[in-house]
Design a protein around this ligand. Structure first.
Ligand code: 2M8
Length: 430
């Protein structure tokens, strides 16, 4: 009984801390990911953080999404960062992006489209059904416009999979999956710059200068055409098929279709079904049967990327893997997990470029653990899902609510008191 009481006390503490983090990072309708390091509204962070808010205050959860979509561009893009209030602690901020297409400043690129997944989740679990119906109805056309933007702006050639034009769009900025494609981006004469991230976090945990030079080269090239989505796909020297973006979009389309039926928007179902069907076939071209893992692709060379990353398991979250592919993925994942103490490393721990401390090149991310666990459950791998869930819980309990964690030692890394990790505690681990 003593042990049981201890465990529930710890859970209570963890939930209390998580609640405090969201409250302290609340800037009035939107939540910053972490003080200092990320002082604005980030796109997929907000959609995930809304799941956490829903356990505390449903109205506040809906508001998070409304605030994000208040920055939607006329062409349908929902920006990767919205600059609601100026802040000197982040680079590159609004003065560098220089975008003028919407009332508040924003970047001119996007991020993995989690919003539809969150809306369905909030709608289905809502206590206040009237509010949920009203908010879901309001958000539905905006999300549909964003998904249409993905089709037209990021798959103008109709391949079935959307392109990612900047590592920041993938959300997994310095993933080894982008090393070769990014290396092929020539560094332009860009204005000198000072990185703010290195004032908040140890440089051993962040992308390198070489990568930042290219991130900024891409930014300035995009800015030169005012982020015109009709041109960007064709002019970007970086163009990849990202498994995270495509898996999240696939799942988001399934959830958008569900919402269309539920909300009496049935006339849109055929269009969404068309996207889903095309993507389903195209996903197979990313599957590496020998490795038992999906791979990203460099669209400009036409080659699958050799790097093995945790994004390769996200087709489980999408529900796009076949039963036998899912079984292969589960086997591969178990192999990875047997190599490190804490699940799930963001890259294959056996790979020579595995870096347990550096951002998206090795560390554990609670949001990715949630997505992959959700996928494993859907395919019937309950034991593996429970193992990852218990592991994540222990990790957060022992090491606090950080941006990411070293999978070998469990040490917390990156930003502290981090919103999306807190949201995962509230929405998933409680
Ligand atoms: C990280 O990315 C930002 C740029 O968008 C950065 O490092 O400056 C990524 O982990 C990204 O996925 C995340 O949305 C963002 C805020 O948490 O931080």
């Amino acid at each position: 009984i003593g042990a049981k009481e201890d465990a529930s006390k710890s859970l209570k503490d963890l939930l209390e801390i998580s609640k405090q983090i969201l409250t302290e990072n609340d800037r009035g309708g939107y939540t910053i990911p972490a003080k200092g390091l990320y002082p604005y509204q980030w796109n997929w962070d907000s959609a995930l953080v809304a799941l956490g808010w829903a356990t505390l205050n449903e109205g506040r959860a809906w508001e998070e999404l409304e605030k994000l979509f208040s920055a939607q561009w006329e062409d349908g893009l929902v920006p990767h960062i919205v600059f609601h209030q100026p802040s000197p602690t982040y680079f590159p901020g609004p003065e560098i992006w220089g975008s003028v297409q919407q009332p508040m400043g924003s970047t001119g690129i996007t991020q993995p489209p989690v919003a539809a997944i969150t809306v369905r989740n909030l709608y289905e679990t809502a206590v206040n059904k009237d509010l949920a119906l009203q908010k879901a109805k309001e958000l539905f056309p905006m999300i549909l416009a964003w998904h249409r933007w993905f089709q037209s702006a990021r798959d103008p050639e109709g391949t079935g999979l959307v392109a990612t034009l900047h590592p920041w769009e993938s959300g997994m900025d310095n993933s080894p999956a982008w090393d070769d494609a990014l290396h092929n981006v020539p560094v332009d004469q860009i204005p000198p710059y000072v990185r703010q991230d290195l004032g908040h976090v140890d440089s051993a945990m962040r992308p390198k200068k070489d990568e930042y030079d290219r991130y900024l080269t891409l930014l300035y090239r995009f800015r030169a055409v005012n982020y015109d989505c009709k041109q960007l796909y064709f002019l970007s020297p970086f163009r990849v098929t990202d498994l995270c973006t495509n898996s999240v979009l696939y799942r988001a389309n399934l959830d958008l279709r569900w919402l269309a039926v539920e909300l009496g928007q049935g006339e849109n179902v055929k269009e969404i079904d068309g996207w889903i069907e095309k993507a389903r076939d195209a996903f197979d071209t990313l599957y590496d049967a020998e490795e038992g893992l999906y791979k990203c692709k460099d669209q400009l060379t036409g080659k699958l990327v050799a790097a093995k990353t945790s994004a390769g398991f996200l087709p489980l979250f999408a529900r796009v893997a076949s039963a036998s592919q899912a079984a292969d993925l589960a086997r591969t994942l178990e192999r990875w997990l047997n190599r490190v103490k804490h699940s799930i490393p963001s890259c294959d721990p056996e790979a020579p470029n595995f870096e347990p401390l550096r951002y998206w090149r090795g560390p554990v991310w609670a949001i990715i653990n949630w997505m992959i666990t959700d996928g494993l459950r859907a395919y019937g791998f309950e034991d593996l899902a429970c193992r990852i869930e218990a592991d994540t819980y222990e990790l957060l309990l022992s090491h606090g609510i950080s941006e990411y964690y070293n999978p070998v030692t469990g040490a917390p890394a990156g930003g502290k008191l981090f919103s999306w990790t807190a949201a995962m505690c509230l929405a998933w681990l409680s």
